[in-house]
Design a protein around this ligand. Structure first.
Ligand code: ADP
Ligand code: MG
Length: 310
């Protein structure tokens, strides 16, 4: 038997209401994908792609236009309460009542979810997000990073099997980012399925088991991270030679050869088929003297640019 997905999204469409007499923005154009249980799932896409819209539909904050979604097997229309209990969401925007303390924020949220006093774990959650010493401080006195961590704790008060973070590291410093990822990785190891949206491709590449990419409200990729990166089995070498080039050096072993300047050429090659050394050797065999070389690995950024044409 296969494990059912943590989240199933089927042909989700969202058109926002437009101004009077105008068509509203079509933010999701029929998006379908599953989030497998136990994974860290990355939802990537440029600004305005529809990531927050999708997450806010799951959170019950935005009404979908059509399509369906299940959270932990609960249809968001037929079983909205169970669906909501199964997911904890860290929204993109930070909002707190400034006059509550972190401990109270968590207690209030637990109360909102009907978690009995005996089962609450506010102190433990504050510990987990390194905020025990701020337990009784007013939320307004917390730094941006502390607020972000408090939001993660707040999303976890009802011990949901799924945690969703919408751009948790946008505008966050390096140290906090590291702490946040440590926390996310730990929760995931403890069995929590994690969905996160991010702009930081490198981060997604390191953290996520699987990555889906959306652009203009459409899903354009959904693959295990390794496969997505592997899709670009190509490497790029930029070579500067000792004289002006009439044409870029061509060879059957090069996938692409493009002049970048009078003496500079960018050669793309398949790293499974040929090495950088062999590429340089072939160029030298054409009678050119190489004065400078840089190579780089294709990364998610390349995949992203290739897929979105951005
Ligand atoms: P992302 O989170 O990927 O940056 P969003 O889901 O926030 O993208 O936005 C997707 C598109 O929907 C954008 O064009 C945005 O301007 C539009 N949009 C988002 N929220 C609203 C809203 N409340 N009303 C109208 N349009 C909206
Ligand atoms: Mg967003």
């Amino acid at each position: 038997m296969t494990t059912p997905p943590a989240i199933r999204i089927d042909n989700l469409v969202k058109r926002y209401a437009g101004a009077k007499g105008e068509e509203g923005k079509l933010a999701l154009k029929g998006v379908s994908f599953d989030v497998p249980q136990g994974e860290i799932f990355g939802l990537l896409g440029p600004n305005g792609a529809g990531k927050s819209t999708l997450i806010n539909i799951l959170a019950g904050l935005v009404m979908k236009t059509s399509g369906s979604a299940d959270i932990w097997g609960f249809d968001i229309d037929a079983s909205p309460r169970n669906a909501k209990r199964s997911i904890g969401i860290v929204p993109q925007e930070i909002v707190f009542d400034p006059f509550f303390t972190p401990f109270e924020v968590l207690e209030n949220q637990a109360g909102f979810y009907g978690v009995p006093k005996a089962q609450r774990r506010s102190a433990e959650l504050l510990e987990a997000v390194h905020l025990s010493d701020k337990r009784d401080a007013y939320a307004r006195t917390l730094s941006g990073g502390m607020k972000r961590r408090l939001l993660v704790a707040k999303a976890m008060v009802h011990a949901p099997p799924i945690l969703v973070l919408d751009e948790p590291t946008a505008g966050v410093d390096v140290e906090l980012r590291r702490q946040l990822w440590e926390l996310v990785t730990r929760l995931n190891r403890e069995g929590v399925t994690v969905v996160l949206t991010t702009h930081y491709l490198e981060e997604a590449e390191q953290l996520c088991d699987r990555i889906a990419i959306i652009n203009h409200g459409e899903l354009i990729a959904n693959k295990p991270t390794r496969e997505l990166v592997g899709m670009m089995g190509e490497k790029v070498v930029e070579i500067t030679v000792d004289r002006d080039l009439a044409a870029p050096p061509a060879h059957a072993a090069f996938k692409k050869s493009v002049k970048k300047g009078d003496r500079t050429v960018e050669i793309t090659y398949d790293k499974e088929a040929i090495t950088a050394g062999q590429v340089l050797g072939l160029v030298q065999d054409m009678g050119l003297v190489i004065e400078d070389v840089t190579t780089r690995e294709a990364d998610l950024e390349d995949v992203f640019v290739q897929l979105t044409g951005a």
